[in-house]
Ligand binder design. Structure first.
Ligand code: ZN
Length: 1018
């Protein structure tokens, strides 16, 4: 029975039949009803702008939370929906309602973070005459029919019709409907009699034993898609496996919008003893008849409770070990899913629910067997019998949508294969230390850096950039499949782009000038419509559901409507590209709003990160456009700025080199702008700087060590794009990159919670962006440039140089991160400054290094009296006497160790730099050959005396700022870089393999003994 209520402007409540309300809608009245697919609501009363309603439990005993209703005639109004059944806190999901304003074509969580457990307030747009509200993403017969049509089309394309897919009828439901089922993969040699050929393996998957668990059906779609995909995995599945699928076990309930849980006398998943429902009986008969009662894997997909522990992550509730066919196999399946997943659902085996814990007790099955218990008891040959509990909206922080559920389905298909067929085919591709030579990316520019790498629509998307290309370049957008095959987007327009953001409401990835929908369709914002070097995105301050900001490296700012891709200029580029733009914009076709927009006056240039928060945008640049900046790293440079309204320019927050600006929501932009801290990373001559604000007005700054000085340089060119990103660390911390250190960064970092930042290791690759993809972190690198820029060094005069700029991706298992360079670094809180008694320094990181040394001296070397004040992980220096030209220096590294003896015949090697200075290096292997090459862009790898060093460009400190790496295994005969790899004596490796011989501490302490032989000016 469907009730409909009409809300008129005067507090009037009518109960009317559906037909009457349709008529009323046209008169401008507001109606709330259940006239939508799988509708379920009881409206209790309406007063003013408040609707009181509750879910209809129907035949469910106890509580459940499913509801779905439609509102018509409310365009332009704001209504509050209060659920009167507040048991268990109320029935609204953790990201609020799932809403459609286009008649059910698309859905989103527009109130994520803004709803209550027992209600929400929704503002209807001026055109929103009909809006659908669901507790969760709906999945009904129409969705299945669309999926079947797509699978059939796929059959007509690359695959012979009917051979790999057939839609069938399982049985007739209680209400007399045909209950669908389907088979995928190895279903026989001809379409007419598909059961003739015998597959090697048979899997069975089902969903909706509890009909309101809609996300389960989306997972099944993903599994089916994997069977039909034109890739390595799909081909293997089709050759070996028949998949039997039941998308709606409780078919009638799924269409009617029932709860389906705890039905009286029992629900479908307690029916495998009595069989009072036709579907359960039919499933057992289908398996018996078609599969001879024999299966390899039985998977039944569910969704858990609405919120809280075990309900906001993906898990498997373990069955009684006494009945599970093979517990070892179950564990192996868990490990494989954890290792192979590429989706954002991020399964963790440790999250599983052991048997006997919480609800997962034998007593739950006293009403009758569940499907999995039946399978364990009755199906022959079963290797795995398993349940998934797929969260409705939140999976360990990741948003759950139909796409992420399909991703889980795809990952599940990978597990099927790996489980039965050993290692995945993808790993068979040639790979050296995580670099796949076939994935190298080239352009025709002076540099080819990786601007952004983002997993999206099941694949990995990558853009490269050229060095200064504000109106496009030969760079491409790449789409890499899980089997590591790659497509290049034919409509690529290039540029110097490093922006990326996932816009949840329109369900699109913004990467460079490309806007990509959940199915992987790409739209392009042409360079002339939005010119400049796109460096960052942020969520819109006023219309976050529809628009987003794009910032350029020249401080330009645009807003883009993500549905129409209309662009409006808010701040022009700073003028450096003016001549080029004027030449390119033909009369009258400048970007919209361009001429009216302010020209930015923010100091610094070379924009990097941007993030919204507290009603503002925060934007960073890290360079200075002057000749002085090209050789002196100590001049003032860069800025952090803020912006709050159209017509305004950036306001200066701090004059300093800043790069990343982000929040705990990371790739999604800041979706909690009133509560999330906003972080920024930067540096000055003294140290790395971390800034944080929790109110948008005041910033607190912390100082951290620099492992490498190669990132210095007042021009800002040497840093590429340091980031703080979620890479799926098990403890929930984030990964940050800055000045050559991989840091573990606490997700809750703020002045109130400042502890927990730890160096993981130090590294040599130059990284533009990174993400988690499958079981590995993917680093998008900036490897070999055709141009040397400011990195010309006489020592490299005869070195081979690549003819085309190139970069590659670097795939690293999270555990492997700690195997690179031992944490080390140096920094200052005062550097050659006049300090007074009582002065207290910025906080400086004082945790996570094996050896930590501190000195505080005047220019003449005499010590300054001081006190170190420890505050958790941080230390402040309190100066106890006036001191002129004082320097307070922290020097951290590995534990002291033995250093190698110097060569007896020739203990030192002298090397002259480009300024004519002579430097003396220790010689530990007797080899007098000096080799210098640019392997990672804008810094040199230097081999002298049997020791590897990283050498900053002269403008970033040169030989005075060397970083020792490790001792060499053997004299260097040849060294070059190509395709993201380094060829040392013709052996292919990654530059960071130099750390792997364990001699990094020896090289560090050898260098520290520089009192004896510190490279010096003669
Ligand atoms: Zn269930």
């Amino acid at each position: 029975m469907k009730h409909a209520y009409i809300l008129e402007n005067m507090y009037l409540v009518w109960l009317v039949p559906a037909l009457l309300l349709m008529a009323r809608t046209s008169c401008g009245a507001v109606t709330v009803d259940a006239n939508l697919p799988a509708g379920n609501v009881v409206v209790e009363g309406i007063s003013g702008d408040t609707v009181r309603l509750r879910q209809d439990l129907r035949d469910t005993s106890g509580e459940w939370f499913y509801w779905a209703f439609r509102v018509t005639g409310a365009a332009g109004r704001t209504l509050t929906f209060d659920f009167t059944n507040k048991k268990g806190g109320g029935p609204v999901g953790v990201r609020g309602p799932v809403v459609s304003t286009d008649g059910g074509k698309t859905f989103s969580y527009p109130l994520d973070g803004k709803s209550r457990q027992d209600g929400f307030t929704y503002s209807f747009g001026p055109q929103d005459d009909e809006v659908l509200f669901y507790e969760c993403h709906p999945y009904v017969r129409a969705n299945w029919d669309a999926f079947v049509a797509k699978c059939a089309r796929q059959g007509e394309g690359a695959l012979p019709t009917g051979k790999y897919f057939v839609a069938e009828t399982l049985c007739r439901s209680r209400k007399g409907a045909d209950v669908p089922c389907a088979r995928f993969g190895c279903i026989g040699r001809d379409g007419a009699r598909p059961s003739r050929g015998e597959p090697k393996y048979r899997f069975f998957v089902s969903a909706r034993h509890h009909c309101s668990e809609t996300m389960a059906s989306w997972v099944l779609e993903g599994i089916g898609e994997a069977f039909l995909a034109d890739d390595d995995l799909g081909r293997w599945l089709r050759a070996n496996v028949e998949l039997m699928m039941v998308p709606f076990t409780d078919y009638d309930g799924a269409q009617a919008g029932d709860q389906g849980k705890n039905r009286a006398p029992h629900d479908h998943n307690r029916d495998y003893t009595e069989f009072i429902y036709p579907e359960t009986k039919a499933i057992t008969e289908w398996i018996g008849r078609h599969a001879g009662g024999k299966l390899d894997i039985f998977l039944d997909v569910h969704c858990p409770w609405i919120r809280g522990k075990y309900n906001e992550w993906l898990y498997t509730p373990w069955k009684d070990p006494q009945i599970v066919p093979d517990m070892q196999a179950e564990h192996r399946y868990s490990q494989l899913l954890e290792a192979l997943q590429c989706g954002t659902m991020r399964y963790r085996a440790a999250d599983d629910l052991p048997f006997g814990v919480a609800w997962n007790k034998g007593v739950s099955y006293s009403q009758g067997w569940s499907s999995v218990i039946w399978a364990c008891q009755k199906v022959k040959g079963l290797k795995v019998a398993r349940t998934y509990e797929v969260p409705f909206a939140n999976a360990n922080g990741a948003v759950v949508t139909p796409e992420t559920c399909r991703g889980l389905g795809h990952d599940t298909a990978k597990v099927f294969r790996a489980f039965l067929d050993g290692p995945l085919g993808e790993r068979a591709l040639p790979c050296v230390s995580g670099v796949y030579p076939h994935l190298v990316m080239y352009n025709n520019e002076g540099e080819c850096g990786t601007g952004a790498v983002v997993p999206w629509a099941g694949d990995l998307w990558v853009v490269t950039y050229g060095p200064h290309c504000p109106v496009g370049s030969s760079d491409k957008l790449y789409r890499i499949k899980p089997d590591l095959t790659r497509e290049t987007f034919a409509g690529s327009v290039g540029g110097t782009h490093a922006n990326r953001m996932i816009h949840r409401e329109t369900n699109q990835l913004l990467i460079g000038p490309y806007v990509i929908d959940a199915k992987g369709n790409v739209r392009v914002i042409p360079p002339l419509k939005m010119p400049g070097r796109l460096t960052a995105n942020a969520r819109h301050l006023k219309e976050p559901g529809r628009k987003a900001y794009y910032a350029t490296m020249e401080a330009g700012l645009f807003e883009v409507d993500l549905q129409t891709l209309d662009v409006n200029t808010l701040i022009q580029d700073d003028g450096v590209n003016k001549a080029l733009f004027e030449k390119t914009f033909k009369a009258g076709n400048a970007p919209k709003g361009w001429h009216a927009a302010p020209v930015p006056k923010l100091p610094g240039y070379h924009g990097k990160g941007m993030m919204n928060g507290f009603g503002k945008l925060f934007y960073a640049n890290n360079g200075e456009r002057s000749n002085e900046a090209k050789h002196n790293p100590f001049i003032p440079s860069g800025a952090l700025g803020s912006w709050s309204a159209p017509g305004e320019d950036w306001k200066l927050v701090r004059r300093c080199q800043f790069t990343e600006v982000t929040s705990p929501d990371g790739i999604y932009g800041n979706e909690h702008p009133d509560t999330n801290p906003v972080w920024t990373l930067g540096w000055d001559a003294k140290s790395v700087i971390l800034g944080v604000t929790t109110n948008g007005a005041e910033w607190t700054y912390y100082r951290l060590p620099k492992a490498s000085h190669c990132y210095d340089g007042a021009h800002g060119w040497n840093t590429e794009w340091p980031r703080i990103r979620d890479v799926g660390f098990e403890d929930g911390t984030l990964l940050a990159t800055m000045h050559g250190t991989f840091w573990r960064f606490p997700r809750g970092f703020s002045p109130a919670n400042p502890n927990g930042i730890r160096p993981i290791s130090t590294y040599l690759k130059v990284i533009g962006d990174f993400c988690r993809w499958g079981d590995r972190i993917v680093f998008g690198c900036d490897d070999q440039t055709k141009d040397a820029f400011l990195g010309k060094r006489g020592l490299k005069k005869d070195a081979p140089r690549c003819t085309r700029s190139q970069s590659n991706l670097w795939f690293v298992e999270p555990e492997k991160l700690k195997t690179f360079g031992p944490p080390s670094g140096e920094g200052y809180v005062w550097l050659n400054e006049d300090v007074k008694a009582g002065d207290v320094s910025d906080p400086y990181l004082h945790a996570g290094y094996e050896s930590m040394r501190f000195s505080f001296t005047r220019a003449d070397g005499t010590s300054v009296k001081h006190e170190l004040v420890q505050e958790g992980d941080w230390v402040r220096v309190k100066c106890l006497e006036d001191a002129k030209g004082a320097t307070a220096r922290f020097r951290y590294g590995p534990a002291p160790c033995k250093t190698p003896p110097l060569d007896k015949a020739k203990p030192f090697i002298e090397v002259t730099d480009d300024n004519g200075k002579v430097w003396r290096f220790p010689n530990v292997n007797g080899d007098t050959n000096v080799v210098c090459r640019e392997i990672a862009t804008e810094r040199d790898l230097l081999y002298v005396g049997g020791v590897w060093y990283e050498a900053p460009a002269e403008n970033a400190g040169g030989f005075a700022a060397l970083r020792p790496i490790a001792l060499a295994d053997a004299p260097v005969k040849s060294l070059r870089g190509e395709r993201g790899l380094m060829y040392l004596n013709d052996k292919a490796m990654v530059i960071d393999d130099l750390w792997s011989n364990g001699t990094a501490p020896a090289a560090y302490w050898l260098h520290e003994k520089g009192g004896e032989w510190k490279p010096y000016a003669k």
